[in-house]
Design a protein around this ligand. Structure first.
Ligand SMILES: O=C(CO)[C@H](O)[C@H](O)COP(=O)(O)O
Length: 236
């Protein structure tokens, strides 16, 4: 296992050990780090006989839950979650996040908003002072397909930078999200007030959700290259 994978695994295991308790309703995030969280959750269910019910944040998360034979639930049955454990593409000093590198930002934000606490698990490459310092692929914005062109122009004209339609790798044309939408990646942005810009982006007609998670995460666990874990709490 590479040091990056070990770092993800260590962060995921620690978060699951400290933040998941018996009878919890648990939000399962998406991405490669969350795979280790589900592995650990499944071990704890088997070894410690804890009861959990899991709410997925994507098709991938649902598959992970099913493959590990963990109890699957949803927001209709459980609208309030105890905890949501998810990865991130970048985490700044105040625990503002860029999410959606894997295209699952909409359901991730919905599920996180229903949880008492959002716990972030990541490797050391995700830890930044300010957004854009480490993650160069841009801020993902999920949009209704027919509106992608005017939204792109509007964001570039109002806020600068470059907005690109995310193209699929093993399919001709754009990435289509689990919700049937497109993703725009906003690159070369400036250092904004992220709470303000998030609100402004969200009211552009056709924007479904942004990958900016402001004042949502309670704590982040970063696996470091030396095997240790850095913990970061949200500012009070
Ligand atoms: O937001 C996400 C998916 O929409 C992921 O949490 C984010 O991309 C991090 O993924 P990984 O753990 O693979 O680095």
């Amino acid at each position: 296992m590479t040091s990056l994978e070990s770092a993800k695994r260590a962060a995921a295991f620690k978060a699951v050990d400290l933040h998941v308790h018996n009878n919890n309703i648990v939000g399962i995030g998406s991405g490669s780090t969350v795979i280790y969280a589900v592995e650990r959750l499944s071990e704890r269910v088997k070894n410690e006989k804890i009861n959990v019910q899991c709410v997925p944040t994507s098709f991938q998360a649902r598959q992970l839950i099913v493959q590990h034979k963990l109890p699957l639930t949803d927001l209709e049955i459980h609208p309030r979650l105890d905890v949501c454990i998810d990865g991130a593409d970048e985490v700044d000093n105040s625990l503002t996040l860029i999410k959606g590198g894997g295209g699952c930002l909409l359901q991730e934000k919905i599920v996180a908003s229903c949880a008492k606490e959002l716990i972030i698990i990541a490797d050391f490459t995700k830890n930044s002072h300010k957004l854009g310092e480490q993650y160069k692929k841009g801020i993902p914005i999920e949009v209704v397909p027919m509106a992608y062109a005017p939204i792109k122009t509007q964001i570039e004209n109002l806020y600068g930078g470059a907005v690109e339609l995310r193209m699929a790798k093993a399919k001709a044309g754009p990435v289509v999200t689990d919700n049937g939408n497109f993703i725009l990646d906003w690159k070369n942005f400036q250092d904004y007030n992220w709470e303000e810009i998030n609100t402004k982006l969200n009211v552009i007609p056709g924007v479904v959700e942004t990958g900016l998670f402001v004042k949502m995460a309670k704590k982040a666990y970063f696996g470091l290259a030396d095997g240790s874990i850095k913990e970061q709490l949200a500012l009070a």
